[in-house]
Design a protein around this ligand. Structure first.
Ligand SMILES: Nc1ncnc2c1ncn2[C@@H]1O[C@H](COP(=O)(O)OP(=O)(O)O)[C@@H](O)[C@H]1O
Ligand SMILES: [Mg+2]
Length: 507
């Protein structure tokens, strides 16, 4: 009998978003089932309904053929359903064992039975091959290990069905492989897993079947083995997608346009977060920066755009710019696709037109003698919207009304307009759907062909591998190694991202 059946699940959020539209899902006991879809497709909502965190407007859930009500996560746990969220919910100051047993401690009379707790946790960890120091404090553990703790916590609560919401987003490639081993072990021991992701590669590694969601609707249920990645991508996006790849050698090579020498910086607490960073990017080249989040990428971006002081030299087109403001740096030919477009890249309450000129309203021809030339601005913004294919009714609409992909196009249109000779692209496709991401990649490659030096800081290894000429790995604020993309692999990069320098690899 089918283990889990979700039938006709429909959920509308107060804002009017139809997050799940008559969604059905069948999962057999003992499978690793993929729930696949682009950002906003409704994956998390569907699983939150299963875990009792959201209530559907309509629809029913059956476990082993019996209809169940899941008003809250406690009820879900009682039914053997557990969920690991995108953001972990562990208490940093407590140990692994304490976190796992929290609220479910074995007692001896009125006292917590510490020995029983340790034994039970240890034996579970052993059964599932979850290698963890049970006495370590959460705060001292890597993200990958914390995720194992979350899984162990669910097993301790006797979850049979484990839901993992985009578990790989925070992991290095090796940690992802370790997670897959754990998942396979889980199903071997009689558990079932639902694995949410938008990464096709991962689905093909561990899942047998997948349900693809698009805009809240099921677009297909497919056997993974006999479905190709392009087919899955087409289902997710709704049209054909071919990924952009770097095929041409740099069209123009000019001397290094962006050079960092011995750059050091401190974080907000005064701790050193960038240590002696040296790098250089030539015109017509894309240098990718890889690394697990939190290894100094954020501070590197801030240092480059002038938001954080740095020691050492930041040199743009031969000129040291350390002491220059961002506006001055822009006049030296630097452009920035910021990490967080909503907070830093755009002003939501301003119109599309205003956002498009925000970085250059102070210069001719947009303004003369302090007066804005509205006709010029209007003409320029309409040209940009057309060239960058921004789908919007009017350029006087507020930027806040645009989708993520169209909002990012506004940022890109503005930043590439002046044909910058240095471009800092920070997580340029984060949160974008495949189509919009492809557009961004095409734009970057076009700038590269035109001779711009591009520094691409990205948490997405596939993105780095497909469009960078070289990839530098940032680990604890240091560049551990820089590899030409032609010899960089997921494995090599993954090792470097976890701080290991592979033997015998040439720099
Ligand atoms: N609490 C909420 N309130 C309003 N809208 C929401 C809420 N949670 C999700 N949504 C919307 O529902 C849609 C589906 O979201 P989600 O299930 O998180 O998608 P996914 O996990 O596939 O990225 C999105 O448009 C999202 O903005
Ligand atoms: Mg989600």
């Amino acid at each position: 009998m089918t283990y889990l059946q979700m039938r006709g699940i429909t959920k509308t959020f107060p804002g009017g978003t139809l997050a799940n539209d008559d969604v059905s899902l069948d999962v057999e006991a003992g499978e690793i089932y993929a729930l696949l879809g682009e950002n906003g497709a409704g994956k998390s909502t569907l699983m939150k309904i299963l875990y009792g965190l959201e209530q559907p407007d309509r629809g029913e859930i059956r476990l082993d053929g019996k209809q169940v009500q899941i008003p809250d996560p406690q009820a879900a746990i009682r039914l053997g359903i557990g969920m690991v969220h995108q953001h972990f919910q562990l208490i940093p100051s407590l140990t692994v064992a304490e976190n796992i047993a929290l609220g479910y401690e074995p007692h001896n009379g009125i006292f917590v039975d510490f020995r029983a707790r340790r034994d039970r946790v240890a034996s579970l960890a052993d059964t599932f091959g979850l290698n963890i120091d049970l006495n370590a404090r959460i705060a001292d553990l890597s993200v990958g290990i914390q995720q194992r703790v979350e899984i162990l916590k669910l097993l301790y609560r006797q979850a049979k069905l484990l839901i993992l919401d985009e578990p790989s987003a925070v992991l290095t490639p090796q940690e992802v492989e370790d997670l897959f081993i754990i998942l396979k072990r889980l199903v071997k021991e009689g558990h079932t897993a639902i694995f949410i992701t938008h990464k096709l590669y991962e689905v093909s590694r561990v899942c047998q079947r997948a349900t693809v969601l698009r805009r809240g609707k099921v677009v297909g249920v497919v056997p993974v083995e006999s479905t190709s990645a392009p087919e899955l991508a087409r289902m997710m996006v709704g049209h054909e997608v071919t990924s952009v790849r770097l095929t041409e050698p740099p069209a123009v090579t000019t001397p290094d346009r962006l050079v960092l020498r011995a750059v050091e910086a401190e974080d907000d607490r005064g701790l050193t977060v960038l240590r002696g960073v040296n790098l250089s990017v030539a015109g017509g080249e894309i240098l990718g920066i890889a690394g697990v989040e939190g290894n100094g990428q954020h501070e590197l971006i801030e240092v480059l755009v002038g938001k954080r002081p740095a020691h050492g030299d930041i040199i743009v087109n031969g000129q040291r710019v350390n002491s220059l403001s961002i506006r001055k740096r822009r006049t030296k030919g630097i452009a920035v696709i910021p990490e967080d477009r909503n907070r830093e890249g755009l002003s939501k309450d301003m119109t599309i037109q205003e956002n498009l000129v925000a970085t250059r309203y102070f210069a001719p021809p947009q303004s003369r003698l302090g007066l804005l030339n509205l006709a010029t601005i209007g003409k320029m913004s309409r040209q940009l919207l057309q060239r960058f294919d921004v789908r919007t009714g009017s350029d006087t609409a507020k930027v806040g009304s645009l989708s993520g992909g169209n909002a990012q196009k506004i940022v890109i249109a503005r930043e590439l307009y002046d044909q910058p000779n240095v471009l800092i692209a920070a997580q340029p496709t984060r949160g974008l759907d495949i189509g919009a991401a492809k557009f961004v990649h095409e734009q970057l490659l076009e700038r590269r062909a035109a001779g711009t030096a591009i520094l691409l800081i990205s948490a997405d290894l596939d993105e780095l591998l497909s469009i960078s000429d070289r990839i530098a790995v940032l680990y604890r604020g240091e560049i551990l190694q820089t590899l030409p993309s032609s010899i960089a692999t997921r494995e090599k990069l993954g090792l470097l991202m976890s701080g290991k320098v592979p033997d015998g690899t040439q720099l």
